[in-house]
Design a protein around this ligand. Sequence first.
Ligand code: SF4
Length: 220
Amino acid sequence: MPYRVKELFSTLQGEGMNVGRAAVFCRFSGCNLWTGREQHRSAAVCGFCDTDFVGTDGPGGGVYSSADELATAACGAWSDATGEPPVNDTNASQRGRPLVVCTGGEPLLQLDAELVAAFGEVGFEVAVETNGTIPVPEGVDWVCVSPKAHSEVVVRVGDELKLVYPQQGAEPERFTGAEWCFDHYLLQPMDGPDRHANTVAAVEYCRRHPAGVSASRPTR
Ligand code: SF4
């Protein structure tokens, strides 16, 4: 299937447990919780987005006609930054392995098992950053869910749950209990004019909950 990509570029992961890790970011076009157009923001399920995911006109963006074509382009982005193609050396430390981060928009509107396999065949570990409303295809190596209030989160197992904080209707306690199973639980202060106050609130929440939101999470 064709894949619509807003931008494809090499950088360092700036968030979550993989922070600082070299990665190719594949930002897919489109989201199921907002059109990306300002005139629709007030009616959107997700109202605080600060990402431009409309269209395919960003650096490295375009309509890729096949999984192999997109994987090859990701390879090129990695090679341009590092001087060598991605090689998934399982003897290397995890942080040193080539990583492609599938983000958006909502990447799971487009990321399928065929593309995950194609990324893997050219040497990438595959990470996804999702709002959690669409099931994850087979083969993804790292699942990061960032839940949004007023949405139904169906991806309840993964590597990290990264909650933008605060969100009325998406309090951290909502994501506790036996059906929620993540290795890492993170709060990320909401950006915007209240960023400082949100940062203080996130720090305070963590101070008051030194063991996390649940002291006895199931293992997976
Ligand atoms: S779910 Fe993510 S990509 Fe979609 S509108 Fe919200 S923050 Fe933006």
